[in-house]
Design a protein around this ligand. Structure first.
Ligand code: MN
Length: 137
């Protein structure tokens, strides 16, 4: 299912599929794929994620740090940790995300939380919008 693309939403050019769900395991595998320069929602929540990049490369914001990520990297996202994935400018990026089947709703950053994140230079650089003239799929 594609995310909505209404311009105001805090994500871009990303799709989500539930690949696997087993009640006896209590978890799901979802597969997300974003186009070049696409990104997931910046969010945090009580539940944790285990993410494995399967395709492409990009960057991951995790807490107050930004990491380069590429195929077969495993990223552990603890509870209540801000996170966002961004595909490189030149190729799609896809990842598997393991998550609890029953989970709390994500929180989005309010203005104060966003300001605190932007006060960290590497995070500010990660959050900056694409330069004017960049292709939008
Ligand atoms: Mn999440």
């Amino acid at each position: 299912m594609p995310y909505k693309q209404d311009g105001a939403a805090p994500f871009r050019d990303i799709s989500r599929q539930v690949l696997f769900a087993a009640p006896e395991l209590g978890c799901e595998w979802r597969y997300f794929e974003m186009d070049a320069a696409g990104y997931s929602t910046l969010e945090r929540h009580q539940h944790a994620h285990a993410v494995m990049i399967l395709r492409g490369a990009g960057q991951c914001l995790l807490g107050e740090r930004v990491y380069p990520v590429a195929a077969f990297d495993l990223i552990s996202i603890p509870a209540w940790t801000w996170h966002q994935f961004r595909a490189s400018a030149d190729a799609p990026m896809g990842f598997l995300c393991m998550v609890n089947a029953e989970r709390d709703r994500p929180q989005l950053p309010d203005a104060a939380a966003l300001a605190a994140l932007r006060a960290i230079p590497e995070v500010a650089a990660f959050l900056a919008p694409a330069p004017a003239g960049a292709a939008v799929a």
